[in-house]
Design a protein around this ligand. Sequence first.
Ligand SMILES: *Cc1c(COP(=O)(O)O)cnc(C)c1O
Length: 245
Amino acid sequence: MKEPQASSHDLNDARASVDPAVLDAVSQRRRAVLDAIAAAARDGGRDPAAIVLTAVSKKQPDDRVDAMLALGHRVFGENRVQEAQMRWASRRAMGPELELRLIGPLQTNKVRDAVALFDVIESVDRDKLAAALAREMERTGRALRLYVQVNTGEEPQKSGVLPGEADAFVARMRSEYGLSVEGLMAIPPADEEPALHFALLADIANRNGLTRLSMGMSEDFETAVRHGSTAVRVGSALFGRRPDV
Ligand SMILES: *Cc1c(COP(=O)(O)O)cnc(C)c1O
C-alpha cells in the first residue's frame, strides 16, 4: 500500500484538532480495509503495494475526513465537482500532498473547475467531454490522469461508454483528442455478481493496452482486487455510513 508521509508538523497539527474518538474509529476502519486489500492481493498473487486505496469522502462529515488526513491518507475520491471544491480547496491550500479523484459524472460546463481541482478524472465517457478536457488541459498546462468509464451492465441510467463502444472511444481519445488514457473505471449493477463485470472490464483494458483498473467499492473491493483492480474506491467501509443529509 502506498502510504505517503505528511511532514510531522502537518500530522501533529491535524491530529491535535480531531476528536480522539473519531480518529480512533477511522483509524481502525482504515486498518481493516488495508489489511483486507493486502490479503486479497496475496490471494491473487499480487503485490498489495500496487493497489491504491481511494478514500471516497463524498457526503462524509468533515471530522471523519480530517481524521483520515491526520492518519496520513492522501488519496480521496469525490463524485460532485461543487461539493469537492467546498471541501478540498482550503484543505489543499493547507499543504498536504493530496491526490483528488473525480469518480462521478462530469458535465462539460464544469470542466474548467474540475481541471483546476482534480488530479484524476475517472468518468470520461463521451467525445464532447474528451474534447473539452483536452482544450482545458492545453489552456491551463495541467495534465490530469484520465480513466474511461465503462457501463459494463449497460444500464440506461448509468454513465459510461457501452462495452461494445469502448475500444473505439479509447482509440479516439488518443488519436482525435491527443489524450492519454491511464485506465478504465466501472460501477457494476447493484444486483448482479460483480466478478463478471470486473472480468469484463479487465478484458477491455487488456485488449487496449491499459494496465490500470478502478473497480471495487465497500461491498466488493476484495473481489475487485482478486480480478486485478489497481484502485479501489471505498467510502462507507472506511468512514462509516454516509449520514442522510
Ligand atoms: C459513492 C461511490 C463509491 C463508494 O461507495 P461505498 O459503497 O461507500 O464504498 C465508489 N465509487 C463511486 C463511483 C461512488 O459514487
